[in-house]
Write a protein that binds this ligand. Structure first.
Ligand code: E4P
Length: 213
C-alpha cells in the first residue's frame, strides 16, 4: 500500500518527502481554506516537491463547471488529479476527463455501489472515507475490504485510496483490507514512524554507550 499525504500545508510535505515514502498528495477545499493560501499556488508548489498524483478538488455543482475547472487545474502539471465528488454531475465530468486522459479521484465514497459506478465511469482513483463512516457508527474499514474484493473480482483497474484516515490502526487495517493507497495527515505519519519502545531503546543504548570503559 502506498502512502499519500492528506494536506495543503507544504511544510508537512517538506518534512516527510526526505523519507522517500510520499507517493502522492490529496487536498480538499477545507484543507486549502485552512492553509490560508491561493489554491493554484499550493498546487504548483506541491508539484515541485512530489512526483506522484496530486489531487485538486473542483467546486462547481454541475458537470460543465467541473469540466471547465478541472481542465484548467490539469494544465498546471500532468500529475494533477482532478478530485470530483460522487454525484451524477461528478460522474459525467469523470467520464469526460477519462476520455481526455486526465486522472480523476472520485471523493466522498460511502458505499460499494458508489465505488463500482465511479470505477465504471473511468475513475483513476476512488476515495472511500473510513473515519467519517466510523464517526456515524459504521465500519469504514469494512467498506475498503468490500471495494477491494469487488475490484479484484471484476479486474477493475481503479485504485482505492483509503481516505479520512484518523489513526495508525486505520493504516494497518486499510493495508490489510487491500487499499492500494492510504492518504493521511502528517500527524498520522508521525505515529507510524515513532514508538515509545524505540525511543526508550535508543535512550538505554545511549546511556550504556556513554558508560562504557
Ligand atoms: C481525502 O481525500 C480527504 O481529503 C480526507 O481524507 C478527509 O478526511 P477527514 O474526514 O478527516 O476530513
Amino acid at each position: 500500500m502506498k502512502i499519500f499525504l492528506d494536506t495543503a500545508h507544504v511544510d508537512d510535505v517538506k518534512k516527510v518527502v526526505p523519507l522517500g515514502i510520499v507517493a502522492g498528495v490529496t487536498t480538499n477545499p477545507s484543507l486549502i481554506a485552512k492553509s490560508g493560501r491561493v489554491f493554484e499556488d499550493v498546487l504548483k508548489e506541491l508539484t515541485t516537491m512530489v512526483d506522484g498524483s496530486i489531487s485538486a478538488e473542483v467546486m462547481s455543482p454541475n458537470a460543465e463547471g467541473m469540466i471547465e475547472e478541472g481542465e484548467k487545474l490539469a494544465e498546471i502539471a500532468p500529475q494533477i488529479t482532478i478530485k470530483v465528488p460522487m454525484t451524477w454531475d461528478g460522474l459525467q465530468a469523470v467520464h469526460h476527463f477519462s476520455q481526455k486522459g486526465i486522472k480523476t479521484n472520485v471523493t466522498l465514497i460511502f458505499s460499494v455501489n458508489q465505488a463500482l459506478i465511479a470505477a465504471r465511469a473511468g475513475a483513476t482513483y476512488v476515495s472511500p472515507f473510513v473515519g467519517r463512516l466510523d464517526d456515524i457508527g459504521e465500519e469504514g474499514i469494512y467498506l475498503i475490504e468490500q471495494v477491494a474484493s469487488l475490484f479484484r473480482t471484476h479486474s477493475l483497474p481503479t485504485e482505492i485510496i483509503a481516505a479520512s484516515i484518523r489513526h495508525p490502526m486505520h493504516v494497518t487495517q486499510a493495508a490489510l483490507a487491500g487499499a492500494h493507497i492510504a492518504t493521511m495527515p502528517y500527524s498520522v505519519v508521525k505515529t507510524l514512524v515513532e514508538h515509545p519502545l524505540t525511543a526508550q531503546g535508543i535512550a538505554k543504548f545511549e546511556a550504556d554507550w556513554n558508560n562504557r570503559k
